[in-house]
Structures are given as structure tokens and as C-alpha cells.
Design a protein around this ligand. Structure first.
Ligand code: ZN
Length: 161
């Protein structure tokens, strides 16, 4: 990684890790799921308020984890707000590729949400540290489970593999 990207990476992780956005349970959530990353001990719950059009109106998370999992969850809640569930899932797929593959084409998202692409590019710096990929993607795996959960169902738990 280039030095400036490494610095930006650390800055972003530290900032969101220390001051997570949208942190806390959501009382009127209609989707929720728990995520568990036993390798690191990260445990989070993602809460969503999804409207009839399939748009994520609000997203929050609670739980405890390392700085990377917390920062990733914090950024995710900001990124997916206002997106449709389908768009969020596509973004997750691309982000997962960014974290695990050397070359990933984000141009499909570049136009619609350059800000999200920039943040996820920074976060995908975890590719350098394979054991950390699960920390960085936990929130997104959990989001994925939450979007497919039934209304007001007891949150199911996903475990990252
Ligand atoms: Zn972790």
C-alpha cells in the first residue's frame, strides 16, 4: 500500500472506530440481524428501517468489536441509507471483491455513488491483512442477512466463514 493510502486508511478506521455513526439499537426497525466473527470476537447487530418501496430509510448498529469491524459498520450505515436493498446488496458484492481480489472494477458504482466507492476503497486496504477481511465485511454480511429477514422476526445470526 502507498504511504498516503495507508495513512488515510488508519485515519478513517480510527475516526469511525472511536466515534461510530448511527450506533445504537433502533426501536422501530423492521429488519434486523446479528453478525458474529468468532475469529476476532466481533459481534454486531444491524437494524434497518425499510419502506414499502424497498428503500433503506434508516440503518443503525450495536454491539462490540475491533476498530475495523466498528469502522466498517459505521461507514456502512451511512452508505446504505437512502439506497434500495438491491443496490446495497450489489455494493456489498463489489466491496467483498475489493477486499479479496487484486483487481475489482468499481466503475458501475462510481457514477451513482462516488463517495461510497472512495470510502470502500479505503476500507478495502484490509486486503493486505487477510485475517482482517472478516472484520471489514462482517457488517455487510449482517446487512445482507437483515435485508432478507422477515418483518419483526427474531434476528437471525450470521457467522462469517
Ligand atoms: Zn475484528
Amino acid at each position: 500500500m502507498f504511504d498516503d493510502l495507508r495513512e488515510l486508511y488508519q485515519e478513517v478506521i480510527l475516526d469511525h472506530g472511536k466515534n461510530p455513526r448511527n450506533f445504537g439499537a433502533m426501536d422501530d426497525a423492521n429488519r434486523a440481524a446479528r453478525g458474529d466473527n468468532p475469529m476476532c470476537g466481533d459481534r454486531i447487530t444491524v437494524y434497518l428501517s425499510v419502506d414499502d418501496e424497498g428503500v433503506i430509510r434508516e440503518a443503525t448498529f450495536s454491539g462490540q468489536g475491533c476498530a475495523i469491524s466498528t469502522a466498517s459498520a459505521s461507514m456502512m450505515t451511512e452508505i446504505v441509507k437512502g439506497k434500495t436493498v438491491d443496490d446495497a446488496k450489489e455494493l456489498f458484492q463489489s466491496f467483498h471483491n475489493m477486499c479479496t481480489k487484486d483487481h475489482c472494477d468499481m466503475s458501475a458504482h462510481e457514477e451513482s455513488d462516488p463517495d461510497a466507492v472512495e470510502r470502500l476503497t479505503v476500507l478495502s486496504g484490509v486486503r493486505q491483512f487477510p485475517v482482517r477481511v472478516k472484520c471489514a465485511t462482517l457488517a455487510w454480511h449482517t446487512l445482507n442477512a437483515a435485508t432478507t429477514s422477515a418483518d419483526e422476526a427474531e434476528p437471525e445470526t450470521v457467522t462469517t466463514e
